[in-house]
Design a protein around this ligand. Structure first.
Ligand SMILES: Cc1cc2nc3c(=O)[nH]c(=O)nc-3n(C[C@H](O)[C@H](O)[C@H](O)COP(=O)(O)OP(=O)(O)OC[C@H]3O[C@@H](n4cnc5c(N)ncnc54)[C@H](O)[C@@H]3O)c2cc1C
Length: 394
């Protein structure tokens, strides 16, 4: 098994393995990063490049979690729309969130250029569309919220996927990529820069011993000065875990009979919504669709959710074949903003970056910026916005 969820995602063939399984003892490090998804790998590389001695550990293999199971749209809008963020936290917070998304998106582009990463990165328009009046009210709220934070949407008559819609809006400058091709090169660069990566290494707990943190791992204890949990759920009984709900999202990659794969990314307004995009993987075209988020509990019936996703797709597309179908967990925060910063109830040098929504892959890069700034200069302009300590105030 190469990633969470027991079913191979379309990206799964790109997993790269790193061999240090029989290591005798793990050297002390400045920074230990737990979890090799987009958050952990981006953060590890950024900090290693700043001159810290970093160790990155992963319970499975790179991209094993949500990142390897994502549908890999890179948006500057999130699962929690800006109008909701503005309502809860004010306009300045909404603007700051949009700024963070822009900065992170630029970093992804820069990484692709600097390290010459062939990861099928492509700029795309994003399309949000309503299918009835109730959805249209929400679409209107989204348009207004986006406008307030400086993300303009243009009304257009056409849904690029041919889905009959009440209203369609177009948002420029979104992007898509192959997440594991991107991460594979970042990880290679991390190791080339002197970082250590251990796969099949699970961190089970950590304790503070004066200025040193000792993390207990399946490969033995690891001593570090800073510890970053980029693994969705900090181990043990962290209070933060009470503020995170695990969901399962379902996805498929399909061949279409008409061979038409629009160069666009689209989202309906259902709650949870469905997403659509095309991807050419090694000269083969696919339609990739995701959705049907369910709370991850024992009552969840995956077959039913796959059936619902397929039924929805059959409404609009003449399907030739389902080539891949997969499901993966994601961990949503209670208030719709991620928890990035000091892990509550811990030593000041323990951080976390968790609680993203289902359209929030860009937060992995945002987290790297925030945590890197706090460690290197003592603060970050985004610190307050994402601070996990807000749970203690509500
Ligand atoms: C089906 C699906 C589709 C999605 N589509 C999109 C999309 O199109 N656009 C978008 O923006 N977002 C999307 N998302 C959300 C996005 O994938 C996530 O927000 C993002 O990938 C989270 O990255 P991460 O690195 O924080 O977590 P992960 O990628 O989950 O990485 C965490 C890693 O930590 C490891 N780990 C866990 N516990 C331990 C431990 N104790 N010790 C060591 N390692 C541990 C895990 O194995 C895992 O590899 C989607 C999510 C899903 C599930």
């Amino acid at each position: 098994m190469e990633r969470g969820g027991h079913l191979e995602s379309i990206w799964q063939t790109e997993v790269k393995h790193y061999g240090q399984e029989n290591i005798n003892s793990i050297p002390d490090s400045d920074i230990l990063i737990v979890g090799a998804g987009i958050t952990g790998i981006t953060t590890a590389l950024m900090l290693q490049k700043k001159g810290f001695k970093c160790i990155l550990v992963e319970a499975g293999n790179m991209g094993y979690g949500s990142t390897g199971g994502s549908t890999a749209h890179i948006n500057n809008y999130f699962e929690t729309p800006y109008h909701k963020v503005i309502k809860t936290y004010g306009l300045d917070s909404g603007k700051l969130l949009a700024k963070a998304a822009r900065e992170a998106s630029d970093i992804i582009k820069d990484n692709i250029n600097i390290y010459q990463i062939y990861c099928d990165y492509a700029i795309r328009n994003g399309y949000l569309f309503s299918l009835d009046e109730r959805q249209d009210d929400e679409l209107q709220n989204i348009i207004e919220g986006n406008h307030l934070v400086g993300i303009d949407a243009i009304e257009t008559n056409t849904n690029p996927f041919g889905i009959p819609s009440v209203r369609v809006i177009e948002i420029h400058n979104q992007a898509q990529f192959h997440p594991l091709r991107y991460l594979r090169i970042l990880l290679k660069e991390f190791v080339h820069s002197g970082g250590m990566f251990l796969e099949n290494c699970s961190v089970t707990s950590s304790i503070d011993e004066n200025t040193i943190i000792v993390a207990d791992s399946s490969k033995g204890p690891i001593n570090c000065k800073y510890l970053i949990y980029a693994n969705n759920t900090p181990p043990g009984d962290s209070i933060l875990n009470k503020y995170i709900t695990p969901y399962i999202r379902f996805a498929m990659a399909l061949k279409l009979k008409n061979g038409y794969y629009p160069e666009a990314m689209a989202y309906d307004m259902f709650e949870p919504h469905h997403s659509y995009r095309s991807h050419t993987l090694d000269e083969n075209d696919f339609l990739i669709a995701g959705g049907e988020d369910n709370i991850a509990d024992s009552l969840n019936n995956s077959n039913k959710s796959f059936e619902k996703l397929y039924k929805n797709l059959k409404l609009y597309f003449d399907i030739e074949e389902i080539v891949y179908k997969w499901k993966t967990k994601l961990y949503k925060s209670k208030d719709g903003l991620p928890y990035i910063g000091y892990l509550p109830g811990n030593h000041q040098n323990v951080f976390c970056a968790i609680g993203y929504g289902g359209d929030d892959i860009i937060l992995g890069t945002v987290a790297a910026i925030v945590i890197c700034d706090i460690i290197t200069s003592g603060n970050s302009k985004y610190e307050q916005l994402f601070s996990p300590e807000r749970i203690l105030k509500h």
